[in-house]
Ligand binder design. Structure first.
Ligand SMILES: [Zn+2]
Length: 80
């Protein structure tokens, strides 16, 4: 991995600055990568639209190059 990330803490950083810098670096690491948004749930996984949103358990932004979940959210209205 290239060393373009700046994770060094600055003297006046507050917790929001630290989190923002970490999230910025987390995203920056995937620039140029094959990124997809994928839904998981009762219906087949993948790109097909879900007929019923209540059947979607989780949606995730994933990097196919790093095999990493960049960001995801569970559906609060999912019924298993
Ligand atoms: Zn990546």
């Amino acid at each position: 991995m290239t060393n373009i990330h700046n994770t060094e803490r600055k003297p006046n950083d507050n917790i929001s600055d630290v989190i923002a810098r970490q999230e910025f670096n987390d995203l920056l690491a995937h620039v140029g990568h094959d990124v997809e948004i994928v839904a998981y749930g009762k219906e087949p996984y993948g790109k097909e639209p879900f007929a019923n949103v209540a059947n979607v358990a989780n949606v995730a932004i994933e990097c196919m190059d790093c095999f990493t979940v960049i960001y995801d959210r569970d559906n609060p209205d999912y019924h298993a």
